[in-house]
Design a protein around this ligand. Structure first.
Ligand SMILES: Cc1cc2nc3c(=O)[nH]c(=O)nc-3n(C[C@H](O)[C@H](O)[C@H](O)COP(=O)(O)OP(=O)(O)OC[C@H]3O[C@@H](n4cnc5c(N)ncnc54)[C@H](O)[C@@H]3O)c2cc1C
Length: 445
């Protein structure tokens, strides 16, 4: 089978690898020059190779981790990934939650029971909510927002501000009031409801393209800097910009899929109309990542810490990460970011540096003062994730055409826009095409 994959993000490349392994000839079309999509390495003249955005993975990202292992079988996990037990700690040390080396779910019970910065009744209330949700099979009420879920379980303002809101923003990039509770619970189920290692936090040690997309790209025919404009779908094949393939995985974001499929979607068939409406139903939210090059090495007690945001004084930072193997660089992440590119850059960098200095100064472990910032790079990805709002209907992997499948974090994965959702969607898109191919072959006999 000769298959075209359009889009070399984590979804498209996961599909490409799976198809290739099943004996298909695979050609990947990618608009940019680098594989990885939204999770890719970017070369900066002063900082070296950084990421398009700081990414955090979980131990529960089983398919992504398996793919990384499969593509670099000779490299030990610790060479590529930094894994640490679940730890949430604020930069000023006022809040800390750490999971000890106990079997699940006792690691969590312990972490919540001994969390610093919460009162006894807040800890009990968080534990009650976790227990009740687990008993209910991680099911939210229909069309419930995360805010309504937290209200249902009577979570205090402090608990929400210190624990639930940062987790919701980090996972769904959508404010509590709009964020879909079921998607949030699906993330909690996989991260917190499984084994202890599922809740591990994982930070890539190499840039996100090197981690596996570049390796994957070596196994297939790549057509980089090729922006696909049209698809035509026939009974016996799919034309990608007028080049014939047996089948196709469309793994571009929904707004691009809508454009590429324009001719095919112009049909009154109910299934096609539903697909068009779903592709048009997405809104997007931004994430900003500020990488700071410091004058000298600097360290924080854990690889990532929470920052207290104060947008009135441009102190927008929400998380600070130390870059593994780059002790003189840190990244600051702002989820659901306003347009930081409109703020004077020196003012912004100064405000965020001050934010880090002031908050770290209060930490009980006496963190050294942040050294002067000598370079920086701000990347604002305006359509970083889809808006994971209540009531969003996402397209499934299958389409009205058996020779075309869809892949991407935005398909109906059950997850918000995350790497693991992208990878799983790609694997599923490949599997369905292979099954459909077998059916075609059997019918033809
Ligand atoms: C700043 C930032 C931070 C994030 N943080 C996290 C995190 O911490 N943890 C996490 O799990 N997830 C995170 N995410 C989300 C994660 O990056 C995405 O879920 C994932 O990368 C989506 O992969 P994808 O393959 O579905 O889509 P994409 O990566 O968007 O891939 C689509 C590809 O299609 C290509 N393309 C588009 N149009 C065409 C065309 N016409 N022809 C050819 N090619 C085309 C694009 O160039 C792109 O390479 C973050 C995202 C951003 C932007």
């Amino acid at each position: 089978m000769n298959v075209a994959v359009i889009g070399a993000g984590w979804a498209g490349l996961a599909a490409a690898v799976a198809l290739k392994q099943s004996g298909a000839q695979v050609t990947v079309f990618e608009a940019s020059g680098t594989p990885g999509g939204r999770a890719r390495g970017v070369t900066d003249l002063q900082l070296g190779i950084i990421d398009n955005g700081q990414h955090l993975m979980l131990g529960a990202y089983t398919e992504s981790l398996a793919l990384i292992k499969q593509l670099s079988p000779k490299r030990a996990e610790h060479e590529l990934l930094l894994r640490l037990p679940l730890t949430l700690e604020s930069a000023d040390g006022s809040f800390r939650l750490r999971a000890p080396q106990l079997i699940a779910p006792f690691h969590l019970v312990w972490a919540l029971s001994f969390a610093r910065g919460l009162t006894i009744s807040e800890r009990a209330s968080a534990l009650r909510m976790a227990g009740a949700i687990r008993l209910k099979g991680w099911q939210a009420l229909a069309n419930q927002s995360v805010r309504a879920l937290l209200d249902q379980y009577k979570q205090s303002d402090t608990l929400i501000r210190k624990v639930w809101e940062p987790l919701c923003l980090a996972a769904l990039n959508t404010p509590l009031e709009q964020a879909c509770a079921q998607l949030f619970l699906n993330v909690l189920r996989d991260g917190l409801g499984g084994t202890r290692s599922d809740s591990d936090l994982i930070v890539p040690r190499v840039d996100l393209s090197t981690l596996w997309p570049t390796v994957a790209a070596q196994h297939v025919t790549m057509r980089v800097r090729h922006i696909v404009r049209t698809l035509q779908i026939h009974a016996d094949g799919v034309d990608v910009d007028h080049e014939r393939f047996d089948a196709c995985v469309l793994a571009v974001p929904p707004y691009a899929a809508r454009r590429i499929l324009a001719e095919c979607l112009d049909d009154r068939n109910a299934a096609i109309t539903a697909l068009r409406q779903r592709l048009e139903g997405f809104d997007y939210r931004a994430i900003a990542t500020l990488t700071l090059q410091l004058e000298k090495s600097w360290s924080i007690p854990v690889p990532m810490m929470m920052l207290d945001e104060n947008s009135a004084s441009h102190q927008y930072g929400q998380w600070i990460f130390r870059r593994p193997d780059h002790s003189d660089q840190v990244t600051v992440v702002v989820s659901d970011a306003p347009d930081l590119l409109k703020i004077d850059r020196d003012v912004l960098v100064e405000a965020i540096s001050t934010q880090i200095r002031t908050q770290c100064q209060r930490h009980p472990n006496a963190i050294d003062t942040l050294p002067p910032v000598i370079h920086h790079r701000l990347i604002v990805e305006k359509r970083a994730t889809f808006d994971a709002r209540v009531g969003l209907h996402r397209p499934s992997t299958t389409t009205p055409w058996p020779r075309l499948t869809l892949a991407g974090d935005w398909t109906d994965t059950g997850y918000p826009a995350v790497l693991e959702g992208a990878v799983r969607s790609g694997l599923r898109a490949a599997k369905i095409l292979l099954q459909n191919q077998t059916i075609h072959a059997e019918t033809a006999q």
